[in-house]
Ligand binder design. Structure first.
Ligand code: URA
Length: 201
């Protein structure tokens, strides 16, 4: 009986989450809270499993992402896929989202008011996905959500908390494209992430 009750509760929670999730998608899709809606082709909500153990957070969509409506589909995204594949994952095993859901013109950094208006969407995504771990890609993404000005060097190899969930910081794949020397330490970060958080024992 207890097991049955648990299953009923789980499926009710899942139905609620499903409903919240589709409401959130619709809200983001129609969002006009900041001026980025004027220049976007479309919003970029996120991609992957709604119950993923790992949530990967980037900064904001670039030109390709704005065109396709999916995060990390340009050159940096292909490298992110390769990094994930090197530790045995595909993008649909995890969840990938950006802090901003719309592309900033000329790929400039997110502005504080854009972050203030858009971050609640990310927080809602996070509360529904409830992952074991968040990985922030790059200094801008990490500093924006952690409200800090630390260097990437200081941010790596530390465990932070965001909305009560462990958060680690690694290189942005675009940085790896600019400087291939960062590939090895980034790969080591992903191996550590897999071993520490994603392999069930
Ligand atoms: N860079 C990001 O931070 N996010 C994307 O979706 C693409 C490139």
């Amino acid at each position: 009986w207890v097991l049955r009750q648990r299953q009923v509760l789980d499926s009710t929670a899942d139905k609620n989450n499903k409903k919240l999730w589709s409401q959130l998608i619709a809200t983001v899709d129609q969002c006009t809270l900041c001026s980025l809606h004027e220049s976007r082709t479309q919003t970029v909500f996120g991609v992957g499993r709604r119950d993923a153990d790992l949530l990967i957070i980037g900064e904001a969509p670039g030109a390709e992402e704005d065109r396709k409506g999916e995060p990390f589909v340009g050159r940096a995204g292909q490298l992110l896929d390769a990094m994930l594949a090197s530790v045995g994952f595909i993008r649909n095993d995890v969840y990938i989202a950006n802090i901003l859901k719309c592309r900033p013109p000329n790929n400039r950094d997110p502005l504080p008011n854009e972050v203030e208006l858009c971050e609640p969407y990310l927080k809602t995504q996070l509360s529904i996905i409830n992952p074991k771990l968040i990985v922030a890609l790059g200094r801008v993404s990490a500093c924006t959500i952690l409200k800090t000005k630390e260097s990437l060097k200081n941010l790596r190899n530390q465990t932070f908390q965001y909305q009560g969930i462990d958060l680690l910081v690694t290189y942005h794949p675009a940085a790896l494209l600019r400087n291939p020397n960062f590939k090895k330490p980034a790969w080591e970060d992903f191996q550590m992430i897999r071993d520490k958080y994603l392999i069930q024992d």
